[in-house]
Design a protein around this ligand. Structure first.
Ligand SMILES: [Zn+2]
Length: 175
């Protein structure tokens, strides 16, 4: 399959003599709990970021998926272009690929329901005109180096919502 070959080739690309996986693992501390703690650079909201492809930093759980599991498939259920990388361990800073799974937006909601946090999410953002936003997406918006209009286009979310998220006017509870 051509796509798979491309990914393999990308993963083998050396950077300062180290593969992407080696660069990533140098910044990971494996905890007794099984979670992988990120010790590398953080974005301004305190989330781990990693420059996987040498163009711009991305959130570390998404980088982890791309390194260990492969491509993040297109999300057919949402305007958001790819599926979400979600945490089964409920630790948003964890980068252990075994604690990550893919979900659509609905999957994210189901996951929240299962964890009993649905009411919390609704009260604090998801039903206040930001129906398309999720906590992981809010973190991605805040971590991204893209402009508001680029993000708006890529994620299918109104620019005004992205501005408000970045200024901390909405989704204040998401850190
Ligand atoms: Zn974990």
């Amino acid at each position: 399959m051509r796509l798979g070959k491309t990914i393999d080739k990308q993963l083998q690309t050396q950077h300062h003599g180290l593969s992407k996986r080696e660069r990533f693992e140098k910044r990971v501390e494996k905890m007794e709990s099984g979670c992988w703690h990120w010790t590398g650079s953080l974005n301004k909201t305190g989330y781990g970021q990693f420059n996987l492809n040498g163009d711009r930093p991305i959130l570390t759980h998404r980088a982890s998926w791309l390194i260990y599991k492969g491509e993040i498939p297109v999300n057919s259920e949402s305007a958001y272009q790819t599926l979400y990388v979600l945490h089964s361990c409920d630790n948003p800073k964890c980068v252990n690929p075994e604690h990550l799974f893919l979900g659509s937006q609905q999957g994210n909601m189901d996951d929240k329901m299962a964890k009993g946090r649905h009411a919390y999410g609704n009260a604090l953002g998801e039903k206040h005109g930001n129906a398309k936003l999720t906590p992981d997406l809010v973190r991605e918006i805040r971590a991204s180096a893209e402009t508001e209009s680029q993000l708006s286009k890529r994620l299918g979310i109104a620019r005004s919502s992205i501005y408000a998220v970045r200024r901390g006017q909405t989704w204040k509870h998401v850190t």
